[in-house]
Design a protein. Structure first.
Length: 499
């Protein structure tokens, strides 16, 4: 992005449109690049002078400065001096005070004495005194990521981003709406999705409560543009606060805007730290629910909402949605509450306790889960149990009272999976041809064979090998069934003993 003073826009007809660079400006972008490349190991003041000369020949001096602003990020400037400038100044000023400088001769004497203290010549001291001033620093390296064409592309994108600094609202249509909404949520922007005659439009707002922080919010608008321009087809209309005058900025895929080959603007990879932490802790539980980020949109009257997550039950065609209401403005909270009024789907809502709207959500027949700072996974797990209990009961009702697996040995987990249900759904079933040993079903004939194979004094590792041949993993439970215990001898292993 550029600074506001480098913005080039046309206000013709009351509009607000950036003045993009095009192929005719390629020679100028190449010259600016060449100027930086040609001034490595030279003072910044010489580079600035050369750039100023380019401005006189350019169609607009802001164009040169805009190119230079982007290239400045690729340049490294450092002071080069025989003595550290701060140290040279300190000692030289001390000697000047001792000498009492009143003429050039006195000044020379002070420099000589300073040089003696710092083991340097008077010329070294003089050259070091102000070597750290910005204009005297040297361009020590310049490694540009851009060719002249890429520099133009980056300039155009940065110019459009700068034009969005003072935006109060964006209205975007995109051929890749999922990526758009994902970026909106990552940047923690307030939004809604409206139905239009030819599709859907994402409306990103800066509410009245944030108008005084428009610049900060506008910077997020600018970052969003990087995602917008990646779509094959898109159209963006922004309302701009142009020094108190409202203007419309229209951009589309017909403008010379595309993502350059590099991406200097880093984006947050998750919508918020609250969501990141919750998702990480929830996935670690290994429950019978898959956590899906940014599921399909939900109908909410004339608009649409995309919840933050969906919970998909692994053993049935069922999902419930999960919305996280963070510290939002009252206007945005009210807008979200109005959407909840007309959402028919099952919805859990984690609510920042500071909002004080948990009871209002509950009256809308949605489950409100209060949180402060972090979402308690246990609270979400408890909320899901309500659905899980019903789903398990439905699954159990579809199964026969007696289940006869074909396998001689099978785990309850594998048996449940073969029936497309959870383990809880088969918890009350009977297995007339198998014995339940822990979480494994084993035919009695196999238990008889094991009784012959296993004997007192065998090492535990030997027993594990025998049981593995029968497809049994839970060695300790089976040994207990056979009447054995394990005597452990530290790290050296264990030996089984008849009880």
């Amino acid at each position: 992005m550029l600074t506001k003073d480098l913005l080039r826009v046309s206000r013709a007809g009351g509009g607000y449109h950036p003045q993009f660079a095009d192929r005719t400006h390629r020679p100028l972008s190449a010259r600016v690049l060449g100027t930086y490349q040609g001034h490595v190991d030279k003072p910044r003041s010489e580079l600035q002078s050369a750039l100023a000369d380019l401005e006189t020949d350019a169609p607009d001096f802001k164009l040169v400065r805009g190119f230079a602003k982007l290239l400045e990020r690729e340049a490294t400037f450092e002071p080069r001096a025989p003595v550290l400038p701060e140290r040279a100044r300190k000692v030289a000023f001390e000697e000047a005070e001792a000498v009492g400088v009143a003429c050039d001769a006195d000044r020379e004497t002070a420099l000589v004495r300073a040089g003696e203290r710092l083991d340097a010549t008077p010329a070294d001291i003089e050259r070091s005194l102000y070597a750290d001033l910005e204009e005297r620093q040297l361009l020590v390296s310049f490694d540009s990521r851009w060719t002249p064409d890429e520099l133009i592309a980056q300039y155009n994108l940065s110019l459009a981003q700068t034009a969005l600094f003072d935006a109060t609202e964006l209205r975007v249509r995109s051929s890749d709406p999922k990526a758009l909404v994902s970026a909106v949520k990552r940047l923690r922007l307030m939004y809604e999705i409206r139905k239009t005659d030819d599709g859907r439009e994402v409306v990103v707002t800066g509410p009245d409560a944030l108008i005084r922080a428009t610049r900060r919010y506008g910077t997020r608008f600018a970052r969003l543009l990087r995602t917008v321009v990646k779509a094959d087809e898109w159209h963006l209309t922004a309302t701009i606060d142009d020094y108190g005058t409202e203007r419309d900025l229209d951009l589309s895929d017909s403008d010379p805007l595309r993502p350059p080959g590099t991406d200097p603007v880093s984006e947050v990879s998750f919508d918020s730290e609250v969501e990141r932490e919750f998702a990480t802790r929830f996935d670690a539980l290994g429950l019978d629910w898959n956590l899906v980020r940014e599921p399909e949109p939900l109908e909410a009257g004339a608009s649409v909402m995309i919840p933050d997550f969906a919970f998909e039950y692994r053993h049935a065609d069922f999902r419930t949605f999960f919305e996280i209401m963070g510290f939002w403005t009252p206007e945005y909270v009210e807008k979200k509450l109005s959407q909840l009024d007309i959402v028919d789907d099952e919805l859990l809502v984690a609510v920042d306790e500071s909002l004080g709207v948990g009871e209002e959500i509950a009256t809308r027949d949605h489950r409100a889960i209060p949180y402060s700072g972090r979402i308690r996974v246990k609270d979400v797990r408890d909320a899901l149990r309500r659905y899980e209990t019903e789903l398990v009961a439905e699954s159990a009702a579809s199964l026969p009272d007696e289940i006869v697996p074909e396998a001689t040995v099978i785990s309850l987990a594998d048996l449940a999976a073969s029936h497309g249900v959870s383990e809880d759904a088969i918890a009350d079933a009977t297995f007339p041809e198998h014995e339940r040993v822990g979480r494994t079903l084993i035919r009695p004939t196999i238990l008889d064979e094991l009784a012959e194979e296993v004997s007192d004094g065998m090492t535990f590792s030997e027993v594990e090998t025998v049981l593995a041949d029968f497809g049994i993993e839970d060695a300790s439970t089976v040994l207990s069934k056979l009447g054995y215990s394990v005597e452990w001898d530290g790290l050296s292993g264990g030996v089984i003993k008849k009880q």
